[in-house]
Write a protein that binds this ligand. Structure first.
Ligand code: GAP
Length: 453
């Protein structure tokens, strides 16, 4: 059963994202642009860590996948062949009472009568098709001949470059081409913070195979993708695999799964894993007149490969990571009084900052210089943050709130002032348990690397 929406939790998350520099509304000082978001200093780190980890496990750790980076501006012929020019649209309805523009599936039905979800109005226009692609012009002439589109998915450039990549990589089936990049959709109702945006990033893999391998590979990739989410700290209890029913699947797909996550605003799609048959390559082969066939040297057969596609949203996964990490607990303040602590319990692998380094006091030069030395030791291994301002407890809280998993404090023991045996040791604090242990400075890089990996 899906958990009930928790609007209050979502409000706290949105406010933390702004307050601490994860996500800002785009063009905010001009009133904002709906459905568009900017990532701040911490958001960009989180996003980058997610993309790097996806690339590491999808491309670098495999022999059967290579990457590419296609252009965003797309030739109209590509999107005509793929069906996007004609069919990538949502039916749209206007409410004549409150003037809301709505997707047809957002209407509410009461006693068999469709109503506007905003004002309850029943005076609605007939549905009309609204294409979700952003159109632009390439070159000086703004006419029919210069139309280009901002790509609505990264996948099409992979299909269009299939032959080139196959030739240069010399891969044999089954093999995949991966891409991370921006996609654009003029969504009728962007909502739920970054969940449905007009500009977003995708992490897509097109895994080409023989027709007889398609169904098996669909299962394989579904399982791989579930493992991925577990490895970035999204528990399996919050993930759900929906088998998309026949009538809702694209006509060319022989099987599609949606991987859904329990967001505070309800259970929603994070990723689609689809067996798309040979539809895409066949369409481009037909439209371009260029062969996109694969020649099997062993069987001497020539055929258009089939494809299984795991397609994940970067922004949706970032949002799921933040929602999953957000927690509040009770912890003692400087005077031992219990207070509410906000903690982002990110998996260390994706946490924006891995380790914060603090001198116990900022006005004691020997503590400060030792702490700065430690920053230099750790910097080649991870993203480190140095902070000397305010009481140490406050500094810990600031890092808890942005999800930094480890804190290193340089104190008088580090200088060997109390006990010579403790010289060049520091306290290492764990964000979640708040426990501190004493470790030698020289062991820090290995200990931290091990806990972050
Ligand atoms: N190539 C297949 C494809 O694009 P999709 O289900 O339309 O399939 C894949 O998109 C993923 O891209 C979604 O599961 C979601 O994570 C992300 N996505 C799609 N539309 C989005 C939007 N408007 N805002 C944010 N993410 C979006």
């Amino acid at each position: 059963m899906s958990t009930p929406p928790d609007a209050q939790r979502m409000e706290k998350i949105v406010s933390l994202c702004k307050r601490r520099g994860f996500i800002f509304q785009s063009s905010e000082i001009y009133g904002g642009l709906n459905g568009l978001w900017d990532y701040g200093p911490l958001g960009v780190e989180l996003k980058r860590n997610l993309k790097n980890y996806w690339w590491q496990v999808t491309v670098h750790e495999r022999d059967d996948v290579v990457g590419m980076d296609g252009s965003i501006l797309t030739h109209p012929a590509v999107l005509e062949a793929s069906g996007h020019v004609e069919g990538f649209s949502d039916p749209m309805i206007d409410c004549r009472t409150c003037k809301a523009h709505l997707r047809a599936d957002q209407l509410v039905e009461k006693k068999g009568v469709k109503q506007c979800p905003n004002c309850g109005g029943k005076d609605l226009t007939a549905p009309r098709q609204f294409n979700l692609m952003f159109e632009t012009h390439v070159g000086a002439a703004a006419d029919e001949s210069s139309i280009a589109y901002l790509r609505p998915e990264t996948a099409q450039s992979i299909f269009v470059q299939f032959k080139n990549v196959l030739e240069v990589s010399r891969k044999k089936l089954p093999f995949g081409i991966a891409q991370i990049g921006k996609a654009f959709r003029n969504e009728i109702n962007p909502r739920n913070f970054t969940f449905r945006s007009r500009e977003f990033e995708q992490m897509e893999l097109e895994y080409f195979c023989r027709p007889e391998q398609g169904m098996e590979l669909l299962e394989y990739w579904k399982e791989e993708r579930l493992k991925f989410y577990a490895n970035i700290g999204i528990p399996s209890t919050k993930l759900h695999v929906l088998t998309v029913p026949d009538e809702e699947r694209a006509f060319y797909s022989k099987g599609t799964y949606d991987i859904e996550y329990d967001f505070p605003f309800g259970r929603q799609e994070l990723e689609g894993v689809a067996y798309r048959t040979d539809y895409d390559l066949s369409q481009h082969q037909k439209a371009s007149g260029k062969s996109l066939e694969y020649f099997d040297e062993e069987t001497k057969q020539r055929f258009v490969p089939h494809v299984v596609e795991p397609s994940a949203g970067v922004d949706r996964t970032v949002l799921a990571l933040i929602c999953e990490a957000y927690s509040e607990d009770q912890a003692p303040d400087e005077k031992g009084k219990m207070e509410t602590r906000i903690v982002l319990r990110f998996h260390p692998r994706i946490a924006p900052i891995k380790c914060a380094v603090f001198p116990l006091l900022k006005n004691k030069e020997s503590l400060v210089s030792k702490a700065k030395e430690i920053v230099e030791i750790l910097r080649p291994h991870m993203y480190v943050f140095y902070d000397e301002s305010g009481a140490i407890g406050r500094r810990y809280r600031r890092q808890d709130e942005i999800g930094t998993p480890f804190g290193v404090t340089v104190d008088f023991e580090t200088l060997g002032e109390k006990d010579a045996a403790l010289r060049d040791t520091v306290t290492l604090r764990d964000r979640d348990s708040m426990k501190q242990e004493r470790v030698a400075i020289q062991d820090l890089p290995a200990i931290l690397r091990d806990r972050i990996a």
